[in-house]
Design a protein around this ligand. Sequence first.
Ligand code: G6Q
Length: 532
Amino acid sequence: MRDVTLRELFDADATRGDRLALSACGIYLDYSKNRVTDETLRLLLALAGESGLRARIDAMFAGEKINVTEGRAVLHTALRAPRRSSVTVDGADVVPAVHEVLARMAAFADTVRAGRWLGHTGAPIANIVNIGIGGSDLGPVMAHEALRHYADRELTFRFVSNVDGTDFVEATADLDPARTLFIVSSKTFTTAETMANARSARAWVLDALGDPAAVARHFVAVSTNAAEVGAFGIDVANMFGFWDWVGGRYSMDSAIGLSTMIAIGPAAFGELLAGFHAMDDHFRAAPFEANMPVLLGLLTVWYRNFFGARTQAVLPYDQYLKRFPAYLQQLTMESNGKSVTLDGRAVDYDTSPLYWGEPGTNGQHSFYQLIHQGTELVPCDFIAFTRSLNPIGEHHRLLTANVLAQAEALAFGKTADEVRAEGTPDWLVPHRVFAGNRPSNTLLADRLTPRALGSLVALYEHAVFVQGTIWEVNSFDQWGVELGKALAKTVAAELASDTELAHDSSTNALIRRFRAARDSTATTGTLDAASL
Ligand code: G6Q
């Protein structure tokens, strides 16, 4: 296939653009601009079959403990299971508990939205600050941006994740503590960054309001760890739970979505869940050749392992999806950025590509040059909507024209003859040639509704699962983040002391510089530039 071009494939089959396309859950996937033939697809589907994908899907949905390194089931699909369904883990049906939490979230969200959740001084809450990191932040942030159109504009939402104090200070600088509610979102309730931010938030509230009793009115928690929530001083009655079978990066539709529900209301949150669930049903039931997550996952494997593509661009042509690439980075790279198989063997093939992207058309005026004419093959996922939520003037037609034109230009390029025929002088011709044959998918939905967002996220969740199955990796653990965390604890203690250093010479030298700056600030009150 290396030498087969999209021009040839389209010339040979006038129906290709209609044939290699698929609709599911309100999403239309055009995958015709990929360097595949029917034969390629047949072989990729056979690979999925040989990899035991069907059994893996069944095992996941059935609540088997497929996250083997952590001994856990993987049941984000149960978070959006309808009330009357049942999903069993360790002999117990988890669906009633899911709906019990959803009902408590809805009651709380309604109270806040109605201005009936009062702060310590009796003033209604108007500002919601989610404190969390990683999976307890990226989903809520992405959903907040994506669903802003549906949000209650009387409420202000902020998100604090970074342990850099700047994040907290800037997020709260213009907020009135008497009208601010913090949602401390942490599955474990022990994550260093989140707990540091939560402590600063508590100090910020108490500084202003002066009474420890204020914590109960200004803090709620989303966690699986009731003991730590209570120890922090948050009333466990104001804790919204979830379960160890929900991975952080798969948790935006659990109680971690509390800020989303407060923003858009319980009914719209229900629509979001319905969108997730529709894609779950499709993934579970559709034959592989007509299964959107399966095809999307296989195409990534195709370019990664057969063409050596190192990255995958995700290019939403909708400003509301501006944080979607960042969200997908965690979902994809934390899930499949692995180099050992489920049974601990080192892989001798590549696993996850790097995911990256920016909304169109901004990306066109920055990095698209490399995608068109650079030396890297960058498969692209274009995401677009037939109708805009903000249909002013000509904007949507222009936006749409750009996404369609980019996919066309990447696929078919412009030959030297075509460039010459435009009257381009010979010396300039090579610069103006577009080789083309650069693959893309186009994902098209009608409008960015909560339901559409749910289906879109679930599509990628399941595509990641398909990739992980082919690569035989555990898509649900993340041991790679542990070492840095452990070392940071040691270094944090060393930065506050003058103990002997036993790191490598580079780390030792860097720590000494921070210590020098610390000492000079302590003695003079200002930083002595010479110490740096
Ligand atoms: C996601 C990861 C990770 C996690 C954060 C926050 O899959 O596990 O990003 O979400 O480390 O963890 P807590 O929710 O426990 O604070």
